[in-house]
Design a protein around this ligand. Structure first.
Ligand SMILES: NC(=O)c1ccc[n+]([C@@H]2O[C@H](COP(=O)([O-])OP(=O)(O)OC[C@H]3O[C@@H](n4cnc5c(N)ncnc54)[C@H](OP(=O)(O)O)[C@@H]3O)[C@@H](O)[C@H]2O)c1
Length: 382
């Protein structure tokens, strides 16, 4: 990348310069693809592991390999990015137990490292877009409200029990951007996208499960609680919608005028769904048949049923000539077990974005079917 272009991006016809932290993750990949396709954007994408770019002709994309937990490396590699106008934070440090004190501290350190490197150098920085999640509204420590579904809006108060790294990141932005740079926070439900760099990877888990069922001729079972099977419990959030919402908020002057104190937005598909009503269609997409009465089992645990299937996945990868992955690069069985046995409902409203004119919506079944096709195109699954 030419030093001159970094100092004067407008000379190359560039109006906005994005830095996407977590560019290989569920939303980061879509954000990058979307922004690279617009000639007025220049894009820096940051992650630890190399990114495979299908279109090598992207002259407006620059991948930067960096461990953001390493303060020195972060300072050295990112302080060069003086032309950044928009930061997209779609990453997190997942080494510690979710919402432990260590998880909060590590995520704070990671974001501090980046802000230390970028904010003093990027004089034209206009907006920071933070992605957290609907878990903003509940504590994983309980107590859980098992009564009727409650729909959280963005004014829902913080929950005191336990530590939530989302609050720590919001507070850090508020402090460090100091009312001078606008920022917004986006709260998806269950993310639906394609990535092999994601710990809580619903699509990866579902697709590996469906593929193994097909390969071994096993029944395609929803293992979880009756409540999670039959009732609306969680919102789907298509990665395309979340990426669009980040861009919409970051470039919407009407919102940004008032958002130096941080505007929050739920980032959810919209129409509600139950697993029971979509399970048969998911099975069909994997070429499987479901006998409706046998589709659900409270005794089926993915982490038990799939524990010995690593070698099967290796076989499938070779036989189908897939991208080389280990089963755990895509699937997280403990996550699927928790998701389908979640003791609380986590549902949001999208009135705020609707009223502000954000129109992107998806049905969650359509989202899942779309991303299965994408994972096939990327040769992650057959
Ligand atoms: N997954 C979900 O279903 C879900 C749902 C709601 C909310 N959220 C929230 O959304 C936010 C982002 O999570 P996500 O699941 O969307 O992300 P993700 O798909 O797991 O992506 C994480 C990205 O960050 C990069 N990364 C991780 N550690 C890094 C480090 N030390 N230095 C540089 N890059 C690093 C990863 O690439 P490398 O590994 O190559 O570095 C990857 O590109 C989190 O706050 C999460 O809680 C997630």
């Amino acid at each position: 990348m030419a030093a001159e272009e970094t100092k004067r991006p407008e000379a190359a016809g560039i109006e906005h310069v994005a830095a996407i932290f977590g560019v290989t993750g569920l939303v980061g990949k879509v954000l990058a693809k979307e922004l690279i396709s617009k000639s007025k954007w220049k894009v820096y994408g940051i992650a630890r592991n190399p990114m495979i770019i299908s279109n090598q002709q992207c002259s407006n994309f620059h991948f930067i390999q960096c461990d953001l937990l390493n303060p020195l490396e972060t300072q050295q590699r990112l302080s060069l990015l003086q032309d950044v106008t928009h930061v997209f934070w779609v990453t997190w440090a997942s080494q510690n137990q979710l919402d432990s004190i260590e998880c909060c501290e590590q995520n704070k350190a990671m974001m501090s490292n980046v802000l230390n490197a970028i904010v003093p150098m990027a004089k034209a920085l206009k907006h920071v877009s933070l992605q957290t999640g609907m878990k903003h509204y509940v504590s994983l420590q309980g107590p859980f409200d098992e009564a009727e579904a409650r729909y959280y809006n963005e004014n829902g108060p913080r929950v005191n029990a336990g530590c939530n790294f989302y609050y720590v990141l919001e507070d850090l932005l508020k402090e460090r951007l100091d009312g001078k740079i606008a920022w917004s926070v986006h709260r998806p439900g269950l993310l639906i996208g394609s990535s092999s760099r994601t710990l809580y990877n619903f699509m990866g888990s579902l697709c590996v499960y469906g593929t193994i069922c097909k390969h071994l001729n096993l029944p395609f079972v929803f293992g979880g609680t009756k409540k999670c099977w039959e009732e609306t419990c969680i919102d789907g959030s298509d990665a395309r919608l979340v990426a669009e919402q980040h861009i919409w908020a970051a470039t919407n002057d009407d919102i940004n005028v008032q958002s130096t104190d941080g505007q929050s937005f739920n980032a959810i598909n919209g129409p509600s769904f139950t697993w029971k009503e979509i399970w048969t269609a998911l099975a069909e997409k994997f070429g499987l048949e479901v006998v409706p009465e046998n589709a659900f089992s409270e005794d089926f645990w993915y982490s038990k049923a799939m524990a010995d299937k690593k070698e099967v996945w290796k076989e499938i990868v070779v036989k189908e000539r897939l991208m080389k992955t280990e089963m755990e690069d895509l699937a997280n069985w403990a996550f699927l077990d928790v998701l389908f046995r979640c003791p609380f409902k986590l549902l949001g409203t999208r009135n705020k974005v609707d009223q502000l004119g954000f129109t992107v919506r998806y049905k969650t079944l359509d989202s899942i079917l779309y991303w299965i096709e994408c994972m096939r195109d990327e040769k992650l699954i057959p």
